[in-house]
Design a protein around this ligand. Sequence first.
Ligand SMILES: C[S@@+](CC[C@H](N)C(=O)[O-])C[C@H]1O[C@@H](n2cnc3c(N)ncnc32)[C@H](O)[C@@H]1O
Length: 223
Amino acid sequence: MTQQEISEDVRKIVERQLGLEDYASAHSTPLPPLLQELVAETEREMGLRAAMLSGHVQGSFLQTLVASLRATRVLEIGMFTGFTALMMAEALPEDGRLITCEIDPAAISFARRFFERSQHGGKIEVREGPALETLQSLEGPFEFVFIDADKGNYVNYYEAALPLLSDGGLIVADNVLWMGQVLDPQSDDARAIVAFSEHVTRDERVVNVLINIRDGLMLIRRR
Ligand SMILES: C[S@@+](CC[C@H](N)C(=O)[O-])C[C@H]1O[C@@H](n2cnc3c(N)ncnc32)[C@H](O)[C@@H]1O
């Protein structure tokens, strides 16, 4: 195979992958208008950081998990502009609670503007500051924990969250494929993600599965 033929094959694979992601989005319940506005405004105001948004399909998947578990208390580590917080809050009952940890004041004020306009915003409690410190101050149980903050702390977040998890609860960690770099980790973040996945997979207290959706989700439950 020539270099040109290989490049052409790679281009087709990437195009098909992007096409399949669009197809999955087109065949999932559309985002409500407020969430569409949040995504558009995040893209306008946050520049390249907007790539941190979970996106329509993954956000809907998290919402489905929260609804299926009939969760009443959710913990999020890494809120950014509030997309996943609002998606998950929508699946909570009226008296449900979502505690979300975020360190960036600009992201917090952005998210709060949208929480105030949402009928589900009252279920969300933002804890500002380093998430590891916040976790030390929390009491469980939470039926659902979403880990999506700085990658270097993933093992610490997991170890702090596991004792807070309810019986039958679920921890989900995002970005466990780190854009494919886990196959040949060259950066600190990629190595941290690999260390996290190895740590969880070795942990006999839990059962885990790594799902190849978007940038990779690790689903973890107690044995
Ligand atoms: C990937 S974004 C979260 C995206 C969000 N869950 C979503 O899908 O819309 C990660 C967020 O974690 C925050 N973060 C990074 N380090 C943190 C820390 N030590 N404590 C709390 N938040 C942190 C960042 O400021 C960023 O907004």
